[in-house]
Design a protein around this ligand. Sequence first.
Ligand code: KIV
Length: 266
Amino acid sequence: MNKKTVLTILNKKQIGEKITMLTCYDYVTARLISSQDIDVLLVGDSLGNVKLGYENTLSVTVDDMIYHTKSVKRGNGGALLVTDMPFMSYEITVESAVGNAARIIKESGAEAVKVEGGIEIIDKVKAIVDTKVPVVGHLGLTPQAINKFGGFKVQGRTEEARRKMISDAVALEEAGVFSIVLEAVPEQLAKEITERLKIPTIGIGAGRYCDGQVLVIDDMLGLFPDFTPKFVKKYASIGEIIKTAVNNYINEVKEGKFPQEENIYK
Ligand code: KIV
């Protein structure tokens, strides 16, 4: 399988081929997903919800991101490896944004970082891009702004919010990001942004016209029971398979049916 790079992703928009991205947080899953020729593995700070059991992503640290990315890196076949910069690791000063991006790239082996926000963080985005670290933007329902939004709500519904999101997208492209994730955005607005930009958009709850799609792996596999947004399609019910397997194991141990002859050293 060919190694996917930033150029692969940019080129896909040019040739009209959809980009596929999934989140990933560990070695085994990285091996499984990347064996299927996925374009991008995103070590999302959603790991705060689905792996660490936090209510939101705000407590996730740079060290958490590095720890999980190292694990994914070891299992990754050829996907482009992108890691989220967690809350407050890039918003405060240009220096700390560049320093944290450098730590993530150097210590984890990620090939790009993703940041949430538009014009308000544009100086930090430019500075990271200037240090030769590829950056993915993220607009719409940016989960690190959950307290500002007052919940998980579709963004860009008013005319003012629509215009602001378009300006943010253009500013991010001018600052040098190579792609933008659009989360929980009305389909028509995502379409307008996608048509306006030369760089690809990757949608999650942003409809059919984005240049690619991303889902949280635990959601699409039916592993995360707490909350399933409308935009998620469940491609499997692995949670149910795990429960049945564990239940069978418990019963067989209790009944003396496991281990059997073939599981014993003679
Ligand atoms: O953290 C994450 O998983 C993300 C995706 C939802 C795009 O940012």
